[in-house]
Ligand binder design. Structure first.
Ligand code: AMP
Length: 399
């Protein structure tokens, strides 16, 4: 079964075509600047020449048609006709408490996602646009939505409730939901497999650190707590997002810095985090090289990130009681060797011992703690697309 996996943003999308019988990647790419001038379409079929084309692409449907044309192209294509695509799997960001697992997309699902728009005003409209565009371009082919929030729906109320008037939860669904669920689910399952531990008996802390970052405390294979909240802003220091801040900040900034709620929202989401502290970049590689050249604010950004990583791992370890593994994943988690080394050093209170030779790795599955470490620390590269492909296959095969 061939599944087209779509991760749709407001002016861009990433895609993969997967052969889900073998879990082989057939083609991968992204389209950026949709609706703007000089849109860029990137496409790469496994084993074939990369394609990059610049043109004006008006909307998502046009962009999807252009990608599908590539898939059946005589030179760079990987399938002979579009009918070979059996299903489409969508990354869907916010399903609130409506979706505890992946679902077949229909009008009701789209309506439910529309209801969640106030909770994810940037992401959900883009996901819905992608779904409608796929239905338009490939009518009759089933679409499946795989929610970032679904894995976290097992959190107990004590984890997800904010200490606010309860009516806000009842009337406006104000609570913590958590994100990156597909990644936390994938890496925790994979780690259990690697370690030979029964998934239902596996306790771990998954550390997804990329441009956006979140950790999850997983108890008996189920999410018990996570660092992101009602929106993907809470928790860790991220590329441009502030993570945890004092709610008293808003009134203070309104009164003293002449900032509106919109200004503050933009600042917290787009101008904070590593970028805000360093003033240089949101990209960890830039921050690391600036710090190595002696830039103090870049070093402070790394120190602040490190501080919060250690703080949350410590808090989650206390909540879980027993931790079988700490798992690093995503761009920073898979690649930032020195950061991982330092995190392990700061966790000696838990009997954690790193192994520098094993930790000297990027982007591969590897145990990075010493054999006599009290907790196993490991790197597991995330693969959200394969999880979306698997859920899509399972749902469509049962139709
Ligand atoms: P993601 O959102 O998962 O693509 O992760 C993006 C983040 O990973 C950016 O902050 C990158 O700087 C970071 N990253 C990627 N490669 C490396 C690397 N070799 N060393 C440190 N950080 C990296």
């Amino acid at each position: 079964m061939k599944v087209f996996v779509l991760n749709c943003g407001s002016s861009s999308f990433k895609y993969q075509l997967l052969n889900m019988d073998t879990e082989e990647l057939l083609a991968i790419g992204l389209v950026e600047r949709i609706g703007l001038n000089d849109s860029v379409l990137a496409y790469e079929a496994t084993g074939k020449e990369k394609v990059k084309e610049v043109s004006d692409i008006a909307d998502h449907a046009q962009a999807i048609k252009m990608v599908l044309d590539k898939l059946v192209d005589a030179e760079v294509g990987v399938i002979s006709k579009l009918e070979e695509i059996s299903a489409i799997g969508h990354r869907a960001v916010h399903g609130a408490d409506k979706f505890t697992k992946s679902v077949l997309v229909d009008d009701e699902v789209i309506a439910a996602m529309e209801e969640c728009v106030p909770l994810a005003p940037l992401h959900n409209p883009a996901n819905i646009t992608g779904m409608k565009a796929m239905m338009d371009v490939l009518p009759g082919v089933p679409n499946v939505a795989v929610f970032d929030t679904a894995f976290h729906q097992t959190m107990p109320a004590s984890s997800f409730i904010y200490a606010l008037p309860y009516e806000l939860y009842e009337e406006h669904k104000v609570r913590r939901y958590g994100f990156h669920g597909t990644s936390h689910y994938y890496v925790s399952n994979r780690a259990a497999e690697i370690l030979g531990i029964e998934k239902d008996n596996f306790n771990c802390i998954t550390c997804h650190m990329g441009n956006g970052s979140s950790f999850a405390a997983i108890k008996d294979g189920k999410c018990y707590d996570t660092t992101m909240g009602m929106t993907p802003l809470e928790g860790l220091v991220m590329g441009t997002r502030a993570g945890d801040v004092d709610g008293g900040l808003f009134k203070f900034l309104e009164n003293n810095a002449n900032m509106s709620i919109d200004d503050i929202d933009t600042m917290l989401n787009k101008k904070s985090g590593l970028l805000g502290i360093s003033g240089i970049s949101s990209d960890m590689r830039d921050i690391e090289s600036a710090a190595a050249e002696g830039n103090e604010r870049a070093q402070l950004a790394i120190d602040a990130l490190m501080h919060r990583i250690v703080k949350y791992i410590g808090a989650f370890a206390a909540l879980l009681g027993r931790v079988d593994a700490i798992i690093f994943t995503a761009g920073i988690g898979e690649n930032a060797i020195e950061l991982r080394e330092e995190v392990m050093k700061r966790l000696t209170v838990f009997g954690i011992k790193g192994d520098s030779d094993k930790n000297n790795c990027r982007g591969k599955e590897q145990i990075i703690s010493a054999d006599d470490s009290a907790m196993t620390v490991m790197v597991v590269p995330t693969n959200e697309e394969i999880t979306i492909g698997r859920d899509t296959k399972e749902i469509v095969a049962a139709l």
